[in-house]
Write a protein that binds this ligand. Structure first.
Ligand SMILES: Cc1cc2nc3c(=O)[nH]c(=O)nc-3n(C[C@H](O)[C@H](O)[C@H](O)COP(=O)(O)OP(=O)(O)OC[C@H]3O[C@@H](n4cnc5c(N)ncnc54)[C@H](O)[C@@H]3O)c2cc1C
Length: 323
């Protein structure tokens, strides 16, 4: 099997694309966990360049993996055989007509939150503390403080792994809690519909959201945000969720519990922090231990929110059958 690390492949890729291609690039540089071994990394110059890269990989039989700001992934210590396509600077368009705003997938969500709030449009201001891209936000249906991307997305432009670009109506995307169901599709742009609001009120909301993060989460330490989704009660009669994942982990006495260089944050138990020398194996081990402890104590199966990724870009974690 040809991999993206094959020198003949990288040479061919460099001839066909305009963006940078780096071999043996440590993925830890591109993830908020600061974890991940070497891979061939491609920074597309724009959407067309991204498609060109996809085509080269496809024809060469090389797997591809799309990375945004790496704030919700756990990448392998041994690195990746897949070509890592970073959706960033080349895809950062931003414009709007009244309430409809269109964003490139590579724009950071906090920037989009501030830009729209300053212009007096509400609907994305709560994303100010979610350190991912627009594309990663739509793909993960990221959300917080009562909002999520699914609430505002009206259209997305996606490319499939065969290079075909299509437009999808937001209403046709099977969004769920922290999942979009977009599967193999790569988000290139998203159009959202916002509502007019007072910029002063939005600035206050942004300040409140950031203060909450500073007080209640290890926001400035290497981590990936919430490791597990909050459990949803599915029994009869239907009840709203009872305890959050963080509350269950904390009640299990696991705050500060550590495996290798990774620790359950003493500030927020659903955040695991890399204390310096942490590895993906440490995070795996800690996830396993925490899940088992919560299961034994509370009979609740915690489902991962973080995406645990394998060498070919495949999603590894058990319970990951809902894409
Ligand atoms: C401190 C901290 C706080 C956080 N708080 C929150 C929170 O409050 N709410 C919340 O929901 N999340 C939160 N997160 C998690 C994370 O920021 C979000 O899930 C974010 O939307 C991920 O975006 P990303 O660009 O970093 O995606 P990545 O981590 O790079 O990728 C995540 C997944 O999306 C895929 N992907 C990325 N870009 C694209 C694209 N353009 N097209 C298709 N697929 C793509 C990747 O292949 C991967 O499967 C937090 C993370 C941190 C570190």
């Amino acid at each position: 099997m040809t991999t993206a690390r094959d020198p003949a492949f990288t040479e061919l890729l460099r001839r066909k694309v305009r963006g940078a291609v780096r071999e043996g690039d440590p993925l830890a540089r591109y993830t908020s966990y600061r974890i991940g071994g070497p891979a061939t990394v491609f920074d597309p110059a724009d959407a067309e360049d991204l498609t060109a890269g996809l085509m080269v990989a496809r024809r060469s039989g090389v797997h591809t993996f799309v990375l945004g700001l790496g704030s919700n992934v756990l990448l392998p210590d041994a690195g990746m055989a897949a070509l890592v396509i970073r959706v960033g600077k080349g895809l950062q368009r931003s414009d709007h007509t009244d309430s409809l705003w269109r964003f490139g997938a590579g724009l950071p969500a906090p920037l989009v939150a501030r830009r729209t709030a300053e212009a007096g449009w509400s609907g994305l201001e709560m994303m100010v503390g979610v350190p991912g891209t627009v594309g990663g936000g739509v793909y993960m249906n990221a959300g917080c403080h009562g909002g999520q991307w699914a609430d505002v997305v009206r259209r997305v432009w996606v490319v499939d792994r065969q290079g075909e670009v299509t437009e999808r109506a937001g209403a046709d995307i099977p969004f769920r809690y922290r999942r979009s169901g977009l599967g193999d599709l790569i988000v290139l742009e998203a159009e959202v519909e916002l509502v007019p609001a007072n910029p002063g009120d939005l600035a206050d909301a942004i300040a409140r959201h950031l203060a909450w993060r500073q007080a209640g989460t290890p926001f400035n330490q290497p981590c990936c945000g919430s490791v597990f989704k909050n459990p949803i009660w599915t029994g009869e009669p239907p009840r709203p969720r009872e305890r959050t994942a963080g509350q269950l982990i904390e009640a299990s006495g696991l705050k500060g519990y550590r495996i290798g260089g990774v620790m359950v944050s003493p500030i927020h138990a659903n955040y695991f922090v890399n204390t310096g020398e942490g590895t993906a194996a440490d995070v795996h081990g800690l996830m396993k231990h925490v899940r088992q402890t919560v299961l034994d104590r509370y009979d609740v199966v915690l489902e991962p929110e973080v995406k645990v990724i394998g060498s070919l870009g495949e999603w590894l974690e058990e319970g990951a059958t809902d894409e």
